[in-house]
Unconditional design. Structure first.
Length: 242
């Protein structure tokens, strides 16, 4: 017969209560202190090398101020840029080739628009390269075409003329707008080509540019006629004897 094992009841675990002793007040100390261990606070470690802050008017400080203006929701006016000094124009041109800026398309497009707003002629080679570069997205090339049109310089007409056959109708539309903004006789052949563009919105902008140029020519011819009439009257009118 198997032996019967005695069943013992398991005893519940003993929970030992710890009594928290309050800190003893030191009545002799002023201000009052407690007999607890002091907390160790690490000391401030100053760098051995001297820290040089950016001076007023330095390139680093101007770069920070430029980025602050570029990040505004509304584009700053010309007076805000003029307050930063003449070094802003070359800095904006340099920022086009900055690797950190290249990773931010919106920031790069804002720089391109600002260069056109300020009419920075030194940026024309960079903007023409962006416009001709097929690897650039169409939005960036559109910004470049718009900036070239704001320059108001006839040297940008051949650059815009080569972009008149761009595959993107969005770019061609902005090229037509830029050529009309330059308002020169050299831009007329390119506007005539764009006036026959397959896209309707490109044709409308090019036709509007041609009409605006014709009105400008009419005003110039009228001024010249009036000036010639005044000269003829001055010659025909005899001088009065006092």
């Amino acid at each position: 017969m198997p032996e019967k094992r005695s069943r013992r009841k398991a005893r519940p675990p003993v929970i030992r209560k710890t009594i928290e002793r309050p800190s003893v007040h030191d009545s002799d100390a002023e201000p009052p202190k407690y007999n607890e261990r002091p907390v160790r606070v690490p000391k401030d470690i100053m760098p051995k090398s001297n820290v040089r802050l950016a001076k007023r008017g330095s390139k680093a400080l101007i770069r920070v101020q430029v980025e602050v203006l570029l990040r505004r929701r509304e584009p700053p006016n010309d007076d805000a840029w003029a307050q930063l000094g003449p070094s802003v124009h070359p800095m904006l041109v340099e920022m086009l080739d900055d690797i950190a800026i290249a990773r931010q398309p919106a920031m790069r497009q804002r720089i391109i628009a600002t260069l056109g707003q300020l009419k920075v002629k030194a940026a024309i080679p960079h903007l023409s390269e962006i416009l001709a570069q097929k690897s650039e997205d169409e939005i960036t090339r559109t910004f470049a075409a718009s900036a070239l049109g704001h320059m108001g310089d006839t040297t940008v007409i051949p650059i815009l003329g080569r972009a008149a056959i761009d595959k993107s109708d969005v770019v061609r539309r902005q090229v037509a707008y830029a050529l009309g903004r330059v308002a020169s006789a050299d831009a007329v052949p390119h506007l005539v080509i764009l006036a026959d563009d397959p896209a309707q919105h490109v044709r409308e902008i090019a036709s509007a540019g041609l009409q605006a140029y014709e009105k400008q020519l009419g005003k110039r011819s009228n001024r010249r006629l009036k000036q010639a009439e005044k000269k003829e009257r001055a010659v025909m009118t005899p001088a009065r004897d006092d």
